[in-house]
Design a protein around this ligand. Sequence first.
Ligand SMILES: Cc1cc2nc3c(=O)[nH]c(=O)nc-3n(C[C@H](O)[C@H](O)[C@H](O)COP(=O)(O)OP(=O)(O)OC[C@H]3O[C@@H](n4cnc5c(N)ncnc54)[C@H](O)[C@@H]3O)c2cc1C
Length: 482
Amino acid sequence: MEKSEIAIVWFKRDLRLMDHQPLCEAMKLDLPLLLLYVVEPSVCAAPDFDVRHLRFTGASIQDMNRMLSIPIRPLEGEMLPVLERLCAQYTIRSVYAHMETGNAITFTRDRSVHSYCREKGISFLEFPSNGVIRGLKNRKFFHQRWEETMRMPLMDPDLRHLKQVDVPPDMPLFTRFPAADPRFQPGGTSVGWRYLDSFLTDRKRRYSRDISKPLAARKSCSRISPYLAWGNLSMRQVYQRTLAAMEQTGDRHNLRFFISRLHWHCHFIQKFESECRMEVENLNPGFDHIRAVIDPDRIRAWEEGSTGYPLVDACIRCVRATGYLNFRMRSMLVSFLTHHLWQPWQAGAHFLARQFLDYEPGIHYPQFQMQAGTMGVHTIRIYNPVRQSHEQDPDAVFIREWVPELAALPLPFVHEPWLLTPLEQEAFGFIPGISYPKRIVDAEVTGRFAREELWKMKSSDAVRKAVPGILKKHTSGSPGKR
Ligand SMILES: Cc1cc2nc3c(=O)[nH]c(=O)nc-3n(C[C@H](O)[C@H](O)[C@H](O)COP(=O)(O)OP(=O)(O)OC[C@H]3O[C@@H](n4cnc5c(N)ncnc54)[C@H](O)[C@@H]3O)c2cc1C
């Protein structure tokens, strides 16, 4: 029997139907389309992947399915064998997808899909995502081009004209998406819009004031990061909605502040797109020989939230339980790991990638390196976890919630339980090392040590030699890598 001709729209981290160029382009073909999502064991087994990501993608697809007459039924398997099996059933003319600035696994996979399609005479068409440019030659006009892309009309397909085919009956379906968990933001475009709209109309009021506070930021920041990371919303949709809100509300201060973060989102991904070795290697190799000794006990204490520093422990426990932490607290966690515990950033990057519901490789690795000071081109920031605690959670409401062992202590001991005298310890029934861990290090001492070491390194020949290349690559005319 003759096989029927189809085209495939392959969804990855672009789980939406509107402002979706691959879908719009594929619909121009006038062929039946298979809307494909594949749950790949190699991606799920990677050290940066967590079940919370799978839950989010499952909910996102469910949300898309509400608008489709034939629902997307996710398949299970590696992409190439899946494609091979689909080729046995259909004559596939083209595969349409967004370019993904992913980790090494998905990048290698995309390359093998390219080769396979070339071999089989299938056209594989990839479209840029969120203004990030593959093979960018020159960073000089990046922001101008980004602005232009963000102001272009949305690419919304008319779904009434969508002709679909279903996955063939004998293909392995993936049906084990975890059930909803109320502690996490649910996936899906509809929820993404609700978060964005409630921010733009109301929650934005205290945005710039609360952005660094671990508790208040949960409400005053937009919380749209997972919806951008998994593509439930496109950056263009968010940008245009924000400009409209600026017109309507006149709140220029907070919304300009917000738009600058939207820029950062793509600025960081572009960095990673151009230099993906950042996933594993120091951007500046001059730092390769510091923090050479891995201390598993220190890493375990950091991951478990038992370092003896209340704000650090509260943040770790909170992000493990909810998948979210604001920017300043993420920075402080990396600073604590790399500066105070003097561990390489690589020792914590996968762990936090698994915790962040919004895990986006293109932001995650450059941010990790920036906070760890291994780029050699930024001011080194070493956060004092005690000062952060007093400044960002002055009444210790956040700490008390996540470190209940300290809840009964009055201020300032809840920030610094080591200040309790033996008499006070007895009065509060607090036994250091039993009620709550003793401090793993003295942050005054470790902060001083890290500052001296890093400044020494920063002015070393090895680090300075690499700086012009880094600046050239990421700020002016430099060849992109992919
Ligand atoms: C070590 C470390 C790792 C990080 N990993 C990720 C990650 O995997 N995924 C991720 O989306 N963000 C990451 N960030 C950036 C930032 O912390 C989050 O984007 C932000 O906290 C998300 O909350 P929000 O949506 O309420 O942000 P808002 O403040 O409301 O900002 C709106 C959007 O702007 C973007 N944005 C905000 N701050 C930054 C920033 N500093 N850099 C780049 N983009 C930004 C995000 O897309 C965010 O959703 C990381 C930061 C650090 C320090």
